[in-house]
Write a protein that binds this ligand. Structure first.
Ligand SMILES: Cc1cc2nc3c(=O)[nH]c(=O)nc-3n(C[C@H](O)[C@H](O)[C@H](O)COP(=O)(O)OP(=O)(O)OC[C@H]3O[C@@H](n4cnc5c(N)ncnc54)[C@H](O)[C@@H]3O)c2cc1C
Length: 364
């Protein structure tokens, strides 16, 4: 199956790029098609968990990923007056009790690490998918630039508004959660001592979640503030005061951090309901296309990376593409649906854990 299989990956975000790296490492030929003219990523910090880091290591990217991350062993929940309410270790997501950490990284650095591992001749920019037609066990993909290609396996890694999902698996629209997320990077010395060291710090009130995620290797901090708002425009044009007003009872240093930023990336928060079927004989979904989730558990990118690793393993083991896709979907759906559901809970300072998934993983 390996040498002849024509594989098309649609989308070169963290999911599509991970799939390309994983499949190339497993010995498959892949072509990646991305609608954008250049690979760019929104500047926000994420925590890569041990199962994701294991895949980078497996794919030969351990040194590269360690260079652009640092290890964090705990998180802290703060009150809106900056008092520490709870210190908690990252949860145990593997069979190794020593792996209670996350490696903190900027999303762009995560994507660059993956993209740099894909030879440029296999990455086709300016290729926006217009239509996909399935003919039994292969599919024909048509792009807006007039190009048409055939593939024995199509991996729809085309994000929350996936055309692949819409054509084959679900027409349900993304769900708006009446929140706006404000994201920015600030220099560590502009955080008034609130974001030093390795620790992700979170203020979680009933309405507002404020994250300070240190990116030590960049000497920057990723600031992420989530506030309620009714404007459902994807990138809403709202005055900064809508967010600042929600912080008016916060410690003045939090307010100053927010006031000083002039280039907030503001997004309305959407996810999708769990999708019941991800695959047919030759087409499957991966990453946000399959299971877009809110950021509250910090698992969207992690799930995309782990999807890629497991899909490659399933393809290596199976006799046919259809069998591999069945196995991939069976392995991935339960954990992704769990995180989709858990991620719909916004955090508050009354909770006794930041990681409700512990109940499922640590008692396994
Ligand atoms: C600001 C922010 C903060 C986040 N924080 C975290 C976190 O802390 N932890 C975590 O694990 N996750 C986090 N996430 C979520 C995580 O980044 C996503 O889940 C992950 O990047 C999904 O990757 P993806 O490749 O599946 O989708 P995307 O990144 O959306 O990539 C999809 C790609 O497909 C392309 N595409 C779409 N349609 C077409 C088409 N028709 N033809 C060709 N190409 C197409 C798009 O241009 C895009 O490049 C965050 C997300 C955001 C936005």
């Amino acid at each position: 199956m390996k040498s002849n299989l024509r594989i098309a990956i649609l989308g070169a975000g963290i999911g599509g790029a991970s799939a390309a790296v994983a499949l190339r490492h497993a010995g498959f030929n892949v072509e990646v098609y991305e609608q954008a003219a250049a690979i760019t990523e929104v500047g926000a910090g994420i925590g890569l968990r041990p199962p994701s880091i294991h895949y980078f290591t497996k794919w030969g990217l351990q040194e590269e990923i360690e260079r652009v991350t640092h290890k964090s062993v705990q998180i802290e929940i703060l009150s809106d007056q900056a008092e520490v309410l709870l210190k908690e270790q990252w949860p145990d997501l593997t069979n190794d009790p020593n792996e209670r950490w996350a490696r903190l990284i900027h999303r762009a650095d995560c994507l660059d690490t993956l993209i740099n591992a894909i030879p440029t001749e296999y990455l086709h920019l300016n290729h926006k998918v217009k239509n996909i037609v399935r003919h039994g066990d292969y599919a024909e993909i048509e792009f807006e630039n007039g190009v048409k290609v055939e593939a024995d396996l199509v991996i729809g890694a085309d994000g929350i508004r996936s055309l692949t999902r819409n054509l084959f698996f679900s027409q349900a629209e993304p769900v708006f959660h009446s929140y706006h997320a404000y994201r920015a990077l600030v220099n560590v010395d502009e955080t008034y001592g609130l974001a030093t060291g390795d620790t992700l710090r979170i203020v979680a009130t009933d309405k507002v979640n404020l994250y300070l995620l240190p990116l030590k290797y960049r000497k920057q901090v990723s600031v992420d503030i989530t506030v309620p708002h009714h404007d459902r425009t994807g990138r809403p044009k709202v005055p900064k005061e809508d967010m600042l007003n929600q912080l008016k009872n916060f410690h003045p240093d939090f307010q100053k951090i927010a006031e000083n930023v002039n280039n907030w990336d503001v997004r309305a928060l959407y996810d999708i309901d769990p999708v019941q079927q991800w695959s047919n004989e030759c087409i499957t979904l991966l990453g946000d296309a399959a299971h877009s989730m809110l950021h509250n558990q910090g698992q969207g990118a992690n799930m995309a990376i782990q999807d890629a690793g497991i899909l490659a393993e399933c393809l290596l083991e199976a006799e046919s593409v259809a069998e591999a896709l069945q196995k991939y979907e069976t392995l991935r759906k339960p954990v992704c649906h769990l995180f989709q559901n858990l991620s719909r809970q916004f955090h508050n300072d009354k909770e006794d854990t930041f990681f409700p998934e512990k109940e499922f993983f640590e008692n396994k």
